[in-house]
Design a protein. Structure first.
Length: 139
């Protein structure tokens, strides 16, 4: 069995964003040489997520509005976490809802995706450098 590991770094200039990382992750799969196996992609920061869904801008706007209703950024005082001097209590909750990672099956050197599925990096407290981990195991 082979194992492949790579870190992808992102520096998002805004507080929140959804970035399609399917192409970068496909490149990792090619680099790995793995034809049959599993791929894990996970956010290595507690205010970011990795998830799978459709690459449709209105859906991303719906996510933004829905997440802001669930965990609004302001008022900052509503989060006990922010009493530490942070202003990202909402980002921790948004990450919890959107998830830390995805696992994708690899068959014949391709992702086993359903129709329209793409991999996204969700940023909820940007404006600094963050990373995701790509780990692929198989043969």
């Amino acid at each position: 069995m082979k194992s492949y590991r790579k870190e992808l770094w992102f520096d998002v200039p805004t507080r929140r964003a959804f970035i399609n990382i399917t192409g970068e992750v496909e490149e990792c799969l090619k680099e790995s040489g793995i034809i049959e196996g599993l791929m894990l992609v996970n956010a290595m920061h507690i205010t970011a997520s990795v998830f799978i869904n459709d690459d449709e801008s209105r859906l991303h706007q719906d996510y933004e509005r829905w997440l802001e209703k669930l965990a609004p950024h302001e008022p900052l005082s509503q989060y006990l976490h922010n009493r530490t001097g942070e202003d990202n209590g909402d980002a921790h909750l948004k990450r919890q809802v959107m998830g830390r990672e995805v696992v994708v099956a690899v068959t014949k050197g391709q992702f086993d995706f359903g129709p329209w599925e793409q991999i996204f990096y969700g940023e909820f407290d940007g404006r600094r450098k963050k990373r995701i981990l790509v780990k692929i195991i198989g043969e």
